[in-house]
Design a protein around this ligand. Structure first.
Ligand SMILES: C[S@@+](CC[C@H](N)C(=O)[O-])C[C@H]1O[C@@H](n2cnc3c(N)ncnc32)[C@H](O)[C@@H]1O
Length: 328
């Protein structure tokens, strides 16, 4: 059956309806499910998110695997180029567990910052405070005796989590500086499924602020692309029906529009690939391993889905470090 051409069959429609939310509202539950059936190793996620009983479609899990793999490859390339003498700002981090996983791999930057709305940070902090498995790695790296934790802030030597609105840049900057963000250090900024929630003007301001704040920097963005076609339109409709409005969808028209936003807001180089490209460039052994985990009925749906998400990265300065050579 042709998926999402003019006539989307009911199965495809139902699946697509699930997928539209997949990368958005409840994304951590989907990640946790993929982890639970062996797509990748993440012992931390279960401490942040409850496992839903509902089984997720294999294309969702493969999509998540490609996303986690792609983002992680770019993060590691940056850490390698800077020899970890750098900082990472994960903006709209939600329940992301990258900090803990990098620590396990001995790949921590000088400092790792997370930002999200105060309400989300309060939830995440609650888990961190009461679960030694999450708190211990932070304490272990913190040489001073008092760790600063309040309702929506934790600041320690190597990890900080800050409650702030990414659309209020003076407030964001002030809070980051209070936590010793260092504008002189090579800086990696990450937004995964975040910019699409902001208007094009708000995301442009955030990108411009980032480019102006750091001399040497890289930006990684993961979100929708090709949203102008029929499949994209159905994704948007499904989300609207659930009161989820993608204010920034206009910038998600094409790989070109994604790159253009970066280049016109102070970034010197920009690259973008759709997730099908990321998937098709997975190391053969990894692709075979995950493909043997679950039977996939409709390859066409996987392809359609993956062509509607992209991985973009940009750089500014850092030629001497080789930041401009980083590629997926
Ligand atoms: C779909 S979730 C993605 C979470 C995480 N990046 C991931 O990939 O798992 C989007 C996150 O961005 C956050 N977010 C969206 N707009 C934001 C804003 N203006 N300020 C701070 N956080 C924001 C949301 O609260 C949410 O945690």
């Amino acid at each position: 059956m042709g998926l999402c051409s003019q006539s989307c069959g009911p199965t495809a429609r139902t699946l697509l309806s699930g997928h539209s939310g997949l990368m958005l509202k409840n994304s951590m539950g989907f990640r946790k499910f993929a982890v639970s059936i062996g797509y990748w190793h993440d012992p931390y996620i279960q401490h942040f998110v409850r496992l839903s009983k509902e089984r997720k479609a294999p294309e969702i899990n493969r999509g998540y695997f490609a996303r986690v793999h792609g983002v992680s490859q770019l993060i590691k390339a940056f850490l390698q180029k800077t020899e970890c003498h750098c900082q990472i700002l994960n903006l709209g981090a939600g329940m992301d567990t990258t900090f803990w996983r990098l620590k396990d791999e001995d790949l921590l930057p000088s400092k790792y910052f997370e930002v999200d709305f105060p309400m989300i940070v309060t939830r995440k902090l609650h888990s961190i405070k009461y679960k030694p498995f999450l708190l211990q790695p932070i304490i272990e790296l913190h040489s001073e005796d008092t760790l600063q934790i309040d309702g929506h802030l934790l600041d320690s030597k190597r990890y900080a989590i800050i409650g702030a609105d990414l659309r209020d840049l003076p407030d964001l900057e002030e809070k980051l500086k209070k936590c010793n963000m260092n504008p002189q250090l090579p800086t990696l900024l990450i937004t995964e499924c975040v910019l699409v929630y902001m208007t094009p003007e708000q995301s442009a301001n955030l990108l411009k602020w980032a480019a102006n704040s750091f001399e040497t920097a890289m930006f990684i963005n993961y979100e929708q692309v090709n949203m102008d076609d029929r499949f994209g339109q159905i994704m948007i409709e499904n989300l609207r029906r659930r009161q989820c409005d993608l204010a920034g969808v206009e910038t998600c028209k094409s790989l070109e529009s994604q790159k253009e936003r970066l280049l016109s807001n102070g970034w010197e180089t920009a690259s973008a690939v759709n997730m099908m490209e990321v998937y098709s460039r997975l190391p053969q052994a990894e692709a075979s391993r995950i493909e043997s985990l679950e039977f996939l009925d409709e390859m066409e749906l996987l392809e359609q889905l993956m062509k509607h998400y992209c991985l973009c990265w940009a750089s500014k300065g850092g030629s001497e470090l080789g930041l401009k050579e980083i590629t997926y």
